[in-house]
Design a binder for this molecule. Structure first.
Ligand SMILES: [Zn+2]
Length: 498
């Protein structure tokens, strides 16, 4: 059934093909102007439309009823019908993965290319899929044909691994680079299919399918097909979790929280718990990478970045983004990539991931402890600063009360902040969320905050608003609770880093 869906809805016209717009436009204009090349090279990830476009291109060129200036095939004439029923003699599809010998190139391609197309005005078209699989001698034989192509013969070479295709071949082809299909386009396509199939499936499930397929439309259609086949009209949560590989952001969030809070035992426990539950380690690593990447993008781009998650996780990601220093995020992603992607054969599946997490926490623990020393210096080394800090701690509610008549939501935002740095004439307030700073960063509001601070500290103060990358720890300090995060990190590493 899943294969059926994929074939049933295979696009019959260029305008039905999802994504790859620049490629479609170029191919269509070549068809309508009659200026086609002898050889094409379709490069790109699997399931992104290479074969679909090769077939469409071939059919359109051989369509008997297509008007000269048009580019879409009619799909009704004898040539189109033969093609759609796999009975055409003018299009030869070869899967190089299963015909790698030079003999096959000679027999299937070179000899056959000498025979003119069945349709005198059409073309004989060879579609060679996974062309990088050809042997060296097969490539040489193919190269000779490409150098002196017989009349009305077109080669379409498709590959997922361009680096394995000889430069001499590449240079003789018109090259098109296929891109992964964007998530929104995949979802749109799946929505069309369920409408045709007259079945109801929640948008969130379609998004889940699309994300799991990583830009490969064929995989997405195939997963959808499995769900439709098994559903018998009723798509239940159980059915979906049966078909869709596990993608548990809740568990990933626990892992990320552990990494952010420098809680190594929690991180290693979580990894091993999930592995014991049968979670595939490659999926787990891929999900972790994706989650941390979203945190990074949200932190950098902010509200303009569209997070494709359920509301619950959007909140979680925003929280991580506000508290996870960018340098640490980038380091985590780098370590995860280098430690987990290069291991070919490991005896313990989760070991590369565990090592990546340990390496990350060791690397950032040093930074974190020195950061907390810095905070201590600000609040403790100078007696005056320490006194100011305590004064603000004691009188913070006065500050809030003074701001309330002005605007109660502004007072609320300041309530969540704490002094990050206190200097002779300037106090820096630390915030968790950029949004709070945006709301407060206006001359009249800052003047009011400064006025209140000045009256508490008994001298003229200007105010600076800043995101505090160690918000939680410093906030706990200020509000008089213990520094859990730092204590954990120091305990975990036995204090050696000090
Ligand atoms: Zn036709």
């Amino acid at each position: 059934m899943s294969e059926v869906i994929y074939r049933k809805y295979r696009p019959k016209l260029f305008k039905e093909v999802v994504g790859q717009r620049p490629i479609k436009v170029t191919l269509q204009s070549e068809i309508s102007s009659g200026q086609v090349a002898h050889a094409y090279l379709f490069v790109g990830p699997r399931g992104t439309g290479k074969t679909t476009l090769a077939r469409l291109f071939a059919r359109s060129l051989n369509c008997l009823d297509k008007k000269e200036t048009e580019s879409e095939p009619c799909n009704k004439c004898q040539a189109c019908q033969n093609f759609l029923n796999n009975q055409t003699l003018d299009v030869i599809e070869i899967d190089a993965a299963s015909h790698t010998g030079v003999e096959n190139v000679r027999e299937n391609i070179i000899a056959n290319a000498q025979v003119p197309p069945f349709n005198k005005n059409g073309y004989k078209i060879f579609v060679i899929d996974e062309v990088h699989m050809l042997s060296k001698s097969a490539f040489n034989a193919l190269l000779k044909t490409l150098e002196e192509p017989p009349k009305r013969v077109i080669f379409i070479l498709a590959t997922t691994e361009i680096h394995k295709v000889p430069e001499t071949i590449i240079s003789r082809c018109q090259r098109f680079d296929f891109k992964k299909i964007p998530l929104a386009d995949v979802v749109k396509r799946l929505t069309e299919i369920i409408e045709w199939e007259k079945i109801t499936i929640d948008d969130k499930v379609l998004t889940q399918i699309a994300r799991r397929s990583e830009g490969c439309l064929r995989d997405a259609e195939s997963l959808l097909g499995q769900i439709i086949a098994l559903s018998q009209g009723q798509v239940t949560d159980d059915l979906i979790s049966l078909v869709l590989p596990r993608n548990n952001w809740l568990e990933i969030d626990v892992l990320v929280e552990g990494l952010r809070m420098h809680n190594l035992p929690a991180v290693l426990n979580q990894i091993n718990k999930l592995v014991a539950e049968g979670v595939d380690i490659d999926n787990l690593t891929a999900d972790l990478l994706e989650y941390v990447r979203q945190i990074m993008l949200y932190q950098i781009i902010g509200a303009d970045f569209h997070l494709e998650f359920d509301d619950h996780f959007i909140e979680a990601i925003k929280k991580h983004a506000a508290n996870f220093p960018l340098a640490d995020i980038s380091r985590l992603l780098n370590i995860l990539l280098s430690k987990t992607q290069s291991q070919q054969a490991v005896i313990i599946d989760q070991l590369p991931l565990e090592l990546a997490c340990v390496e990350f926490l060791l690397a950032t623990a040093t930074d974190m402890v020195s950061e907390s020393n810095k905070t201590n210096k600000v609040t403790a080394t100078s007696a005056t600063v320490s006194k100011d800090y305590e004064l603000l701690q004691k009188k913070w509610s006065e500050l809030i009360a003074a701001l309330k008549p002005l605007n109660s939501s502004i007072a609320g935002f300041v309530q969540t902040a704490h002094p990050l740095e206190i200097q002779a004439n300037q106090v820096t307030l630390g915030f968790e969320f950029p949004f709070h700073i945006e709301q407060l960063d206006k001359p009249n509001i800052k003047a009011e905050i400064a006025k209140s601070l000045s009256s508490i500290l008994g001298r003229n103060i200007t105010v600076i608003l800043k995101i505090d990358e160690n918000f939680k720890t410093n906030q706990q300090n200020f509000k008089g609770r213990s520094e859990e995060g730092v204590d954990d990190a120091v305990d975990t590493f036995g204090g050696e880093v000090l």
